[in-house]
Design a protein around this ligand. Structure first.
Ligand SMILES: Cc1ncc(COP(=O)(O)O)c(C=O)c1O
Length: 373
């Protein structure tokens, strides 16, 4: 192939990313990515890795020593949690109320586990009573749920589910890809044993890293397995030596992405967790009010609606894909379509991290109003 068929350089258009992710990265995060490269075992880089771990502990609200970013996207964080904790023949109970609970089941089955699904209608939460019913007469090794279901906009409260899991002798695993940095996440208070997230949503960093945290109890399970972890790359026994004090070479950390995560976490700390959550809540409420003025509403379960991902019902007769196309092409605003049973029925409007502002909500409402008339 000759370079005459390739543009001189790819120049992406300016977009306001109000979909399910990625959200726009904060400008300071993009600037941090332009810093010069150092080696991944450079003493200064190692010092920065330590700061990333400390800031992640703060954002996850945990004291867990094993808290670090996996060098890959959120799905790798999911796999890292399951592959390290499950061995063939283990039993797991998984809440399924959208795409990501469904993905968890697939990942757990690939680990050779027997999966009991606790299904809830898409858009609603996983009820503790349904988990309790599934745990009756079972002794699973793990109970897993998605905190913030990005495919539906529902936020499942997890404290009670965690308590039930532990009473049954199981570990508790939580997906916080969309919740971390946008609403309260308290890993130690909620006694979560394994948690993963992603950088591209409420942390306002590009996609590419998956922050994870393992409790001492989860690490004991991971280090005393009968069988090898089936993934060499995601084996926490190796990752512990790479991200721990030994610094044993495992893989080449994506240097630039770590600069970005460092800067984005610094910005989260600078703003303060509570102030950041309040900003997300405010943006959500302003959106909800504005939607009501347009005769529209949010379809996920009342009382459990996510601030950072709003499932907006498509009104009768509106061209769902057409409106999305106009928002993108005429107004430079990306929103997401519905998935699975929600296809054609909702627009997914993300107000994540840096993007969760009143100004962005007003810009979106104005553009949506024009597309609907
Ligand atoms: C709740 C949830 N879990 C997992 C993932 C997977 O993350 P990634 O797409 O970064 O691999 C996503 C991505 O949107 C998500 O929203």
């Amino acid at each position: 192939m000759s370079t005459s068929n390739v543009r001189a350089s790819y120049s992406p258009p300016e977009r306001l990313l109000l979909g399910p992710g990625p959200s726009n990265a904060a400008p300071a995060v993009l600037q941090a990515m332009q810093r010069t490269l150092v080696g991944h075992l450079d003493p200064t880089f190692i010092g920065m890795m330590e700061e990333i771990k400390a800031m992640l502990r703060h954002v996850f609200q945990t004291e867990n020593e094993m808290t670090f970013p996996v060098s890959a996207t959120g799905s790798a964080g999911m796999e890292a949690c399951f592959v390290n904790l499950l061995e063939p023949g283990d039993e797991v109970v998984i809440g399924v109320n959208g795409v990501f609970g469904t993905r968890m089941c697939d990942v757990a089955e690939r680990c050779g586990a027997t999966v009991t699904k606790v299904e809830a209608e898409w858009g609603t939460i996983i009820e503790p009573a349904a988990i309790a019913a599934a745990l009756e007469g079972r002794k699973p090794k793990l109970v897993a749920v998605v905190h913030a279901e990005t495919s539906t906009g529902a936020l499942t409260p997890v404290e009670e589910i965690s308590r039930l899991a532990h009473e049954a002798g199981a570990l508790f695993l939580l997906d916080t890809v969309t919740s971390l940095g946008g609403c309260p996440v308290a890993i130690d208070d909620w006694q979560v044993d394994a948690v993963y997230s992603g950088t591209q949503k409420c942390l306002s960093c590009p996609p590419g890293l998956a922050p994870v945290s393992f409790s001492p109890r989860a690490m004991e399970v991971a280090t005393s397995r009968k069988t090898k972890v089936q993934s060499w790359y995601l084996d926490v026994n190796f990752l512990a030596s790479y991200w721990g004090s030994e610094r044993v070479y495992h893989h080449t950390a994506p240097i630039t992405m770590n600069y970005a995560l460092h800067e984005s976490l610094r910005l989260v700390l600078e703003e303060g967790l509570e102030a950041r959550w309040a900003r997300h809540q405010q943006a959500h409420e302003t959106l909800k009010e504005g939607l009501a003025r347009l005769g529209l509403s949010i379809t996920s379960q009342e009382g459990h609606q996510l601030w950072q991902l709003n499932a907006v019902g498509v009104p009768d007769g509106a061209d769902e894909a057409g409106v999305r196309g106009r928002l993108l092409n005429e107004f430079g605003i990306e929103v997401g379509p519905g998935l699975g049973p929600m296809k054609g029925k909702i627009w997914r409007v993300g107000l994540m991290g840096h993007n969760a502002t009143e100004a962005n909500v007003e810009r979106f409402l104005d553009a949506l109003g024009q597309c609907l008339t």
